[in-house]
Write a protein that binds this ligand. Structure first.
Ligand code: PEP
Ligand code: MG
Length: 577
């Protein structure tokens, strides 16, 4: 059986499926005679749960670093809370309730209490309590806990969706691919899959219903195909494709230390998008010469409390030092929209994507903003840091953000703290208004970075996460290309200024020649996309790219432009996967 979804992370995976759905336990209702013996049963299950969590945490630290593993520490804390375990014991003692039912009752009660709390931090803890309660319950009932942190064989994870906590505990050695019911190219799961270089197909609708654990599955993250129980001929074809893909990747890997320069000497920057210091290694391995987008919000989202200046300073310093003077563009907090912080209470909004997000929120929460700016400034002496403000719609916001930055600089001056006084300051161009008036903004900034993920969403008025209208989400749209051209031209009107792109479009191999031909200076993408884009850059002359870009701008639709771009790549004999 074959299914089609969104190819979100390239490559081919062939392995046994593991359907990752959390099983509902059937809970006995009978009472017990010997409460003391039942409490001993409970204590054994609690110990077992604790041991499992320690093991999972250690594995997660190894696979993904301390930051992503923190969630398991939160789970262990619930188990160690004497009130939680005490309440279960009390229920067994007082009502002779069996241990499983007592665990369920207490978990439900705690869950409801936390879930009803005003404070979003405590509300966020409700999910941890449920996870832990389920683990203890499963241990009591002999149900295997769904654990993707320790797999015995190569596996393709089939899930409805994967939460950050799921991907955090994933056993990278054995997880060869994922296929999910929901998700899009720009969803968290997609970004995670690309950074882990795991082939992934998302948005398949009902893949969790059609696949059973143990069935053989092929995931082609390049084409978006998933094949369940392939016949011998299909299997052989994909095995051959997989071999060719890996061979191609090996050839591309040889370009690692070569510059991204065209045959006639036009050089572009190929840099990476990162979410934490843990991602740096992959950038260096893929030959990235810096960071075009450091999404700092993960630092905030992975933390239980607001990260202080010191912890932010350490994270930024670590990244800057790793790049030894290569540029690192640190984007200030882009929270709001779909990204929430458990410890920052915000009013419900009718249209969060059009609401109080990114710099708008930072202007309102000025202390939070200043803490981050001070941390970036302090770290700036350890490398080549640049500051980038997200969601800028016009000149007043640029001026306001720069004014606050100036305040931070003055404070540091007074304190005698060193920072890079010449630090470059740029903005993300992801609101159409900013793209249209780029010529008015350019005198106030050192660079632009085009965020096509949001620019597309706002220009075409298409929610980037909504599958039903995803056919309208098209970065090849002539409207988007014109905006891109406008931004690049505006930046080039002043000496020393440049335009980069850090939306997913920057890593799309069919877009490379058009974007380079339009004059894009810097391409920032998932680290794993760098080698392929570099290969394309090195296969042509700048003049060829310019001709292709000019021709592309003449078409009426995005579909025609993509079709044309594909044909040109083919004509040039460039392989793309
Ligand atoms: C973008 O909008 O293109 C972008 C890079 O930012 P994010 O995906 O984090 O919104
Ligand atoms: Mg954005």
């Amino acid at each position: 059986m074959e299914k089609n979804g969104i190819g979100a992370s390239p490559g081919i995976a062939i392995a046994k499926a593991f359907v990752f759905v959390k099983q509902e336990a059937e809970i006995p209702t009978d009472t017990v005679e010997d409460a003391v013996a039942e409490i001993a049963v409970l204590d054994k299950a609690l110990d077992e749960s604790k041991d499992q969590l320690i093991k999972i945490k250690d594995k997660a630290v190894e696979a993904l670093g301390e930051e992503d593993a923190a969630i398991f520490e939160a789970h262990a804390l619930v188990l160690e809370d004497p009130e939680f375990a005490g309440a279960i014991r009390e229920e067994i003692k007082a009502n002779k309730t069996n241990a499983a039912l007592a665990t369920k009752n207490v978990t439900d009660m705690y869950y409801a209490t936390f879930d009803a709390m005003e404070d979003p931090y405590f509300r966020g803890r409700a999910a941890d309590i449920r996870d832990v309660g389920t683990r203890v319950l499963n241990n009591l009932l002999g149900i295997e806990n769904v654990d993707i942190s320790s797999l015995d064989e190569d596996t393709i994870i089939i899930a409805e969706d994967l939460a950050p906590s799921d991907t955090a505990q994933m056993d990278k050695k054995h997880v060869k691919g994922f296929a999910t019911d929901v998700g899009s190219r720009t969803s968290h799961t997609a970004i995670m899959a690309r950074s882990l270089e795991i082939p992934a197909v998302l948005g398949l609708g009902d893949i969790t219903e059609v696949v059973k654990t143990g069935q053989q599955v092929i995931v082609d993250g390049t084409t978006g195909e998933v094949i369940v129980e392939p016949d011998q001929k299909t299997l052989e074809k994909y095995e051959a494709d997989q071999k060719a893909y890996l061979e191609y990747k090996r050839v591309l890997a040889e370009l690692k230390d070569k510059p991204a320069v065209t045959k006639d000497g036009h050089e572009v920057e190929l840099v990476a998008n990162i979410g934490s210091p843990n991602d740096v290694e992959a950038v260096l391995q893929n030959g990235g010469t810096g960071v075009g987008l450091y999404r700092t919000e993960f630092l905030y989202m992975n933390s239980e409390v607001m990260p202080d200046e010191e912890s932010q300073f350490e994270a930024y310093k670590k990244v800057l030092e790793a790049f030894h003077g290569d540029p690192v563009i640190i984007r200030t907090l882009d929270i709001g929209g779909d990204k929430k912080l458990p410890y920052l209470e915000l009013e419900e909004e009718m249209n969060p994507f059009l609401g109080l997000r990114a710099v708008r929120l930072c202007f309102k929460e000025k202390n939070l903003f200043k803490t981050q700016l001070r941390a970036i400034l302090r770290a700036s002496v350890y490398g080549n840091a640049k500051i980038m403000f997200p969601m800028i719609s016009g000149v007043p916001e640029v001026l306001q953000a720069k004014e606050i930055l100036k305040e931070c600089m003055e404070e540091l001056d007074k304190e005698g703290v060193k920072y890079d006084k010449e630090i470059a300051v740029g903005i993300m161009v992801e609101i159409p208004a900013a793209a249209v008036i780029a010529d008015k903004i350019v005198p106030h900034v050192d660079f632009f970075s085009i965020g096509t993920n949001d620019l597309c969403q706002y220009t075409l008025v298409v929610d980037r996460m909504n599958q039903v209208i995803s056919y309208l989400y098209d970065p090849y749209s002539p409207a988007i290309l014109r905006l891109i051209k406008n931004v690049i031209q505006a930046s080039h009107s002043e000496v020393g200024k440049f335009t980069g792109m850090c939306g997913e479009f920057a890593g799309d191999p069919y877009a490379t020649l058009i974007l380079m031909g339009l004059g894009l200076d810097e391409f920032s993408m998932s680290a794993s996309s760098i080698p392929q884009v570099k290969n394309i850059v090195r296969s042509v002359t700048y003049e060829q790219a310019q001709k292709i870009a000019n021709r592309a701008l003449e078409f009426d639709t995005g579909a025609e432009i993509l079709d044309y771009a594909k044909k040109e790549i083919e004509k040039l004999g460039i392989k793309v996967v």
